[in-house]
Design a binder for this molecule. Structure first.
Ligand code: ATR
Length: 267
């Protein structure tokens, strides 16, 4: 019998996850389909329990439900420490995971970047920053979170004993950092960056989790000065690959998933 997977969000029609996961399912010959579901916040519990009742294998959870969904599942250690779940697996229980964290870490590892002992500047203090800062801290990086609203950076950092700052200190922090990660929406469908190009140089690794456009202003500037760059498609694909492994126990074909996403973004 065909199994079902899906993503729950609001809005969700722009999601690239269906194309990415269906490519992997088809390649592996798994009789399952991945669909997108636009679910209002007040319907979240019904949607999750309904999916379980209907025999779904699992779900991805995206904006704005990643925190609220924790009420309807049993989060594992990483997701409960991050305070957000983006992946659910249905078995006898409803299990919650956070693959944004592992996806970000794998994006860096696959690019050959050593995280342990590295000085990492994370810009932004939303859900993505929470996951990324947590995993890099756990993996032994020295993390500073800088955000426009300083209180949000403080909230993320205080629990783990990390440093935080406002955006006014960006010039010093960019010079200090080995790895710079943009988790804000700045650069999404706009030619803007929070970091002036003159602050970047070839010793840095620059990672932007924005994937639309694939080459953001920040990544263009970083490439032009010879820095190593990692784009948001990598993050999208590696978090997806980790979710896929959680649902099926199989490591999916990440190259094919990446190709499918890049092709879709070109169109
Ligand atoms: P996500 O869950 O995807 O991380 P989010 O929670 O909406 O998204 O977080 C968006 C981040 O982008 C926030 O850190 C936000 O800064 P504030 O906390 O001050 O709102 C940041 N951001 C969005 N637009 C920005 C801008 N124009 N300049 C600086 N930071 C911006």
């Amino acid at each position: 019998m065909k199994r079902l997977l899906g993503i729950i969000g609001h809005p969700v029609h722009h999601s690239l996850s269906p194309i990415m996961h269906n490519t992997a399912l088809k390649y592996l010959g798994i009789d399952a389909e991945y669909l997108a579901f636009d679910v209002l916040p007040e319907e979240l519990g019904h949607a999750v329990l309904g999916a379980k009742a209907l025999g779904f294998l699992g779900l991805n959870i995206t904006i704005p439900h990643k925190v609220e969904v924790m009420k309807f599942c049993t989060p594992d250690k990483i997701s409960s420490q991050i305070g957000a779940v983006n992946t659910i697996r249905f078995d006898s229980e409803i299990q919650g995971f956070n693959t944004d964290a592992t996806g970000a870490y794998r994006s860096l590892k696959e690019a050959g970047v050593e995280v342990k002992g590295a000085k990492v500047l994370i810009i932004g203090a939303g859900g993505a920053a929470r996951a990324v800062s947590y995993i890099l801290h756990i993996k032994g990086a020295e993390v500073v979170v800088a955000n426009r609203t300083v209180s949000k950076a403080k909230e993320i950092c205080d629990r783990l004993g990390m440093e935080y700052s406002g955006l006014d200190k960006l010039p010093q922090l960019v010079r200090w950092a080995d790895i710079i990660i943009n988790t804000t929406s700045v650069g999404m469908q706009e030619d803007k960056s929070l970091i002036p190009k003159r602050l970047l140089d070839s010793t840095k690794v620059v990672f932007d989790i924005v994937y639309n456009p694939v080459e953001t202003r920040l990544l263009k500037d970083a490439k032009e000065v010879g820095a190593r760059t990692i784009d948001g498609v990598k993050m999208l694909v590696y978090q997806g690959a980790e979710s896929f492994r959680i649902w099926t126990g199989i490591d999916p074909p990440v190259d094919l998933m990446e190709k499918a996403v890049r092709k879709e973004l070109k169109n």
